[in-house]
Ligand binder design. Structure first.
Ligand SMILES: O=C(O)CCC(=O)C(=O)O
Ligand SMILES: [Fe+2]
Length: 314
């Protein structure tokens, strides 16, 4: 039995136009505690129509059931975006067994959508974008930053992306769906099917995140961890594939535009007499270093790039 369950936060009071001060304060306290504690939480009453999410999942299932030949028609263009937009199956050398379809925020103009997906997935992206902006403003407030600090910093949505994932059933020999990792972005939302398999690491233990049709998993990525100088956690997580069945999920990466400079904010360093735990970097440099695992897979897991690449040891 897990000794810890990630919290579920009802965010309905954050969506309302009319005031619900008590509900809002409670949700904010819970968000702050979850971000300090393990960086993962589930949200309910998130406002994204469940029927839309379920349509998107059905479309992904239909797409992944197509022949390899058809799926490869939407392979990423060589020399295209990072991460590459389109269909990708984990390469042979990878120890992860999944395939995905990645769609960039429409405003970036480099989508390779299967046409029938366009309308539904763009609608999904638009809902997730609004939710990302809302949560980002709450996080900014929870961090005690001046009004709209994060929104002003993260004012370009062109690097956001939506990814549909299909994990193949586990075999007797192995069950790795996605290796232990941290997300490099700002905030991630995951909608997982009823099969389950997502786990977050806390105090050295793997905590399963129970699937739920009406909840979304939300987690903090490395950018927020760096800006807050480790106040808010970007937790390690992974996907373990279940035996006997496929698993499907859909994740939205509320991201940061690549030319942004990322470093711990003065509110968490010099203004409080703390030293910075990271040196600054251009976000695109970090994204590119992380993407090397696809082209230059390291032979040892410790050679994978994590945010600790920029750590300053004091
Ligand atoms: O499929 C999931 O539940 C999570 C996927 C994930 O962690 C990722 O894409 O970074
Ligand atoms: Fe992740």
């Amino acid at each position: 039995m897990a000794i810890f369950d990630i919290p579920t936060i009802d965010v309905s009071s954050l969506m309302l136009r009319e005031e619900d001060e008590d509900g809002r304060r409670k949700a904010m306290e819970q968000i702050e505690e979850a971000c300090v504690n393990c960086g993962f939480f589930q949200i309910e009453n998130h406002g994204i129509p469940l029927e839309l999410l379920s349509r998107a999942m059905d479309l992904y299932k239909t797409f992944f059931a197509c022949s390899d030949e058809d799926k490869l028609l939407v392979s990423p263009k060589p020399g295209g975006t990072v991460p590459p937009a389109g269909y990708l199956k984990s390469p042979q050398h990878s120890d992860e067994k999944n395939e995905h379809l990645l769609i960039l925020n429409a405003s970036s103009g480099v989508n390779k959508n299967p046409p029938q997906f366009k309308q539904v997935l763009e609608e999904v992206i638009s809902h997730f974008t609004k939710l990302g902006m809302l949560l980002e403003s709450m996080i900014s407030e929870c961090l005690g930053l001046p009004h709209n600090t994060l929104a002003k910093f993260n004012d370009d949505r062109s690097w956001d992306f939506l990814i549909g994932l299909h994990y193949f059933p586990a075999t007797e020999a192995e069950d790795n769906g996605k290796s232990a990792h941290e997300d490099g972005n700002c905030i991630t939302f995951v909608y997982q099917d009823e099969v389950g398999g997502l786990q977050v690491q806390k105090d050295g233990q793997w905590i399963p995140i129970a699937p739920s049709k009406d909840k979304l998993v939300a987690n903090i990525g490395d950018v927020i961890q760096v800006l807050s100088n480790n106040k808010f956690k970007s937790a390690t997580h992974r996907v373990v594939r279940p035996k006997g069945k496929s698993r499907y999920s859909c994740a939205f990466f509320y991201n940061l535009q690549g030319d942004k400079w990322v470093e711990p904010l003065p509110q968490f360093t010099k203004e409080i007499g703390e030293s910075a735990k990271y040196k600054g970097f251009f976000y695109k440099e970090y994204v590119q270093l992380r993407a090397r695992k696809w082209t230059h897979p390291p032979s040892r897991p410790e050679d994978l790039i994590h945010i600790t690449h920029y750590s300053i040891s004091n």
